[in-house]
Design a protein. Structure first.
Length: 148
């Protein structure tokens, strides 16, 4: 069974993408497109999680306030109550958290500081890779047993 540490290792050495609370929503939306991500951790110091701003938060802001929300600071739209995970959490438990909380991104926190971010895509890829490996091992064991 894989853990968050395995997911982060597979992603490679990645920097946690953060934006300050006073960053403009329009600029953050542009950065999301540029970086090809669906969320940023909102952090004043780049080490602690003050909130999270997601594509969904921006869409909801536009639906509520119209295009004027693009001129606001992300602190107005961000979710301040952030679901997080730890490096030693299992992929299965992270999937459960994402499903129950209906979120697609979890900042990874160790010692009170940011050390990564996992997305639903990262978690599903790892889960599928684990299932494929288990299938191969079972098939090989079956074939080895059968050939005796």
């Amino acid at each position: 069974m894989s853990h968050v540490a395995d997911v982060l290792r597979a992603k490679g050495a990645t920097i946690v993408l953060t934006v300050p609370p006073d960053a403009g929503v329009a600029r953050v939306a542009q950065r999301m497109r540029q970086e090809q991500v669906g969320a940023f951790v909102v952090s004043q110091d780049g080490r602690h999680c003050d909130g999270i701003i997601t594509e969904r938060d921006i869409v909801n802001g536009i639906a509520r306030s119209g295009p004027a929300c693009l001129d606001q600071a992300v602190s107005v739209l961000m979710s301040p109550a952030v679901h997080t995970c730890h490096r030693d959490d299992s992929v299965r438990s992270v999937m459960r958290t994402m499903t129950d909380a209906r979120v697609r991104h979890l900042p990874v926190i160790e010692g009170g500081q940011l050390c990564g971010m996992v997305s639903i895509g990262d978690v599903i890829k790892t889960f599928v890779d684990d299932a494929d490996l288990e299938h191969s091992v079972m098939r090989d064991a079956y074939l080895a047993h059968r050939s005796r």
